[in-house]
Design a protein around this ligand. Structure first.
Ligand SMILES: NC(=O)c1ccc[n+]([C@@H]2O[C@H](COP(=O)([O-])OP(=O)(O)OC[C@H]3O[C@@H](n4cnc5c(N)ncnc54)[C@H](OP(=O)(O)O)[C@@H]3O)[C@@H](O)[C@H]2O)c1
Length: 259
């Protein structure tokens, strides 16, 4: 797919992978809209990227998705690429009885339900364009569980499965369905983690990740698995038990204090 002269919406585009993608896509001659919950962060992004458009929005909230759609349809009727990038990732100790049930499923509402709802809401507009795309950002953890972040891994496996089904259901439309499954990337998402939490899995720079993602989309590679993500998929195919063992080391530290 050509990545020039498109109108592109990047959820969670004020930081990390979304911001880097927005920066490059603007440089390549696209109109780019970024969203996020935090207005200050959107304003900071706007200072750095003068031509970017910003809209405050919470992907975990159905009403916020509908109002975003109404705004975008009116102000950017040529929107033809939706990048579902917004996401959160937390360490969650399942022994912790103080965590509320609402809090426990926040990653599901954001990473999985948010992605599913955004696509459903934006599909009529995307389908009306001659050439359109959805890019769902999953993770290398879509292929192997990461027990220290059990809900996150489940959401990304869910995004992976859903994306494959979506691609089949949209096969006779103008909408191409991509999945970007990043490996660990140096963004604020990893701030709550220690290097030893995913020992042996190399961290990629956000610039390299964006470069690979853009090349993948341009070459119509519908499942983009940079670096360690591809390795995790292969390991999981050869030996799911080995993959799980590799990703389980860090959980011992987490569950040790609670007996
Ligand atoms: N970094 C990695 O190692 C890695 C690896 C694999 C996959 N990924 C995936 O890549 C995507 C981007 O993550 P990142 O690494 O770039 O982390 P990041 O810098 O923390 O970016 C996440 C963005 O999502 C936004 N966001 C979070 N919750 C939101 C909500 N409810 N509604 C709207 N926006 C929301 C955040 O902005 P606000 O807080 O202002 O809302 C933030 O800008 C995520 O889906 C993540 O799971 C990252």
């Amino acid at each position: 797919m050509k990545l020039q002269n498109n109108t592109i919406l990047v959820t969670g585009g004020a930081s990390g992978i979304g911001f880097e993608l927005a920066t490059r896509l603007l440089e390549m001659g696209n109109q780019v809209i970024i969203t996020g919950r935090n207005q200050n962060r959107l304003d900071e992004a706007k200072k750095k990227l003068k031509r970017v458009h910003t809209i405050q929005h919470d992907v975990s909230n159905a009403e916020s998705i509908t109002s975003l759609y109404i705004t975008v349809k009116e102000q950017f009727p040529t929107l033809n690429i939706l990048i579902n990038n917004a996401g959160i990732m937390r360490k969650i100790n399942l022994h912790d009885a103080t965590r509320s049930l609402e809090d426990l499923s926040l990653e599901i509402e954001t990473n999985l339900t948010g992605t599913v709802r955004m696509n459903q809401q934006f599909l009529p507009l995307l389908k009306s364009q001659k050439n359109a795309a959805i890019v769902n950002v999953s993770s290398g953890l879509a292929f192997v569980p990461f027990p220290i972040s059990p809900i996150y891994g489940a959401t990304k496996a869910g995004v992976h499965s859903y994306t494959r089904s979506l691609r089949v259901q949209l096969k006779n439309t103008s909408v191409n369905v991509f999945e970007l499954a990043p490996p660990p990337v140096n963004t604020p998402l990893l701030n709550n983690f220690e290097a030893s939490d995913a020992k042996g899995v190399p961290v990629m720079s956000v610039a390299d990740l964006a470069k690979i993602a853009i090349k993948g989309i341009e070459r119509d590679r519908f499942e983009i698995r940079p670096g360690a993500s591809n390795l995790l998929k292969i390991i999981n195919r050869l030996s799911p038990a080995l993959g799980l063992k590799m990703m389980s080391g860090s959980v011992n530290r987490m569950i040790a204090p609670i007996k």
